[in-house]
Design a protein around this ligand. Structure first.
Ligand SMILES: Nc1ncnc2c1ncn2[C@@H]1O[C@H](COP(=O)(O)OP(=O)(O)OP(=O)(O)O)[C@@H](O)[C@H]1O
Length: 270
């Protein structure tokens, strides 16, 4: 996908936080400010391809800000500004000339509250495809495939013309995931995608995330440490804007290197 006017080279990266494979995204000395508030402080970490990376940490530590910076959602906040690099395919995604619309197709996002359009189920998928000029017969295939990938096809295939708002919260969230998948992203950013759902719906979304990582790279913000332990391969623990510890999830949960990580995962503070 062509996301820039001119191809550009990024400066050499700090590889100190790198893990075994070549990462799809590399965050390098990334800082995000809201006015004077330094919300994310010099974060460097890799995001591996076809893995689930979880961001955990107490409320206000900068998890969502970090997530939203990856596909430039924070551009919509006038007082937000950032420094550093997010390297992806040889580009720095924070450069001004990045086409953020193309970027958000390639790095899609699903939010905490399911937010389907108040339109028929099928139109939730086809809405963006129409704008992209896709032919009707190609759309049928994309609708079916993306609903199947989001593990909701069997539940909706006979009611595609019903309003998306007639679905349960968990079904709505899987529809939102299908809507993001229809744009053929490489990366999915999930901001607490199960926190508004009941346990059964949450479990379905967790199963779906594990299935989706075969084809997509997933980054998830979660307050739920059991969830991070269950579904993620790598975990970043943040505290007060700092990346305190990053590493393999089972290692971080069973043998954390930092005292603050240990205190957080053992429930000494929340
Ligand atoms: N739109 C905004 N405008 C100004 N400041 C913001 C904005 N969004 C977040 N912040 C500030 O940035 C810091 C980090 O917030 P952020 O929402 O990223 O944390 P979080 O770890 O995701 O929290 P939570 O778990 O409660 O969602 C906080 O100090 C917060 O007040």
């Amino acid at each position: 996908m062509d996301m820039v006017e001119n191809n550009m080279k990024t400066k050499p990266l700090d590889k100190s936080k790198e893990i075994n494979s070549v990462p799809l995204l590399q965050l390098d000395e990334l800082s995000v400010y809201y006015g004077e508030n330094h919300a994310v402080k010099n974060v460097s970490m890799p995001i591996e391809e076809n893995k689930v990376t979880a961001f955990i940490g107490p409320s206000g530590c900068g998890k969502s800000t970090l997530l939203r910076t990856i596909n430039r959602m924070n551009d919509q906040i006038s007082i937000a500004r950032y420094e550093g690099n997010i390297e992806y395919e040889g580009l720095n995604l924070l450069e001004k000339n990045i086409d953020v619309v193309a970027l958000r197709k390639e790095i899609g996002m699903v939010f905490q509250e399911p937010n389907p359009f108040p339109k028929p189920i099928k139109e939730n998928i086809t809405h963006a495809l129409k704008f992209m000029g896709m032919k009707k017969k190609d759309m049928e295939e994309v609708v079916e495939n993306s609903l199947k990938q989001a593990a909701i096809w069997d539940e909706v295939k006979d009611r595609l013309k019903s309003s998306a708002l007639s679905l349960s919260g968990g079904q709505q969230q899987r529809l939102c995931i299908a809507r993001a998948l229809a744009l053929k992203p490489r990366v999915l950013l999930l901001d607490e995608p199960t926190s508004a759902l009941d346990p059964i719906s949450s479990a379905k979304v967790e199963d779906l995330i594990i299935e989706l990582k075969k084809h997509y790279t997933i980054v998830i913000v979660t307050h739920n440490m059991e969830q991070a332990a269950r579904i993620s391969d790598n975990t970043a623990f943040m505290y007060n804007g700092d990346l305190v510890e990053f590493g393999n999830t089972s290692q971080l949960f069973t043998n954390p290197k930092e005292k603050r990580t240990e205190d957080y995962i053992s429930g000494k503070f929340s």
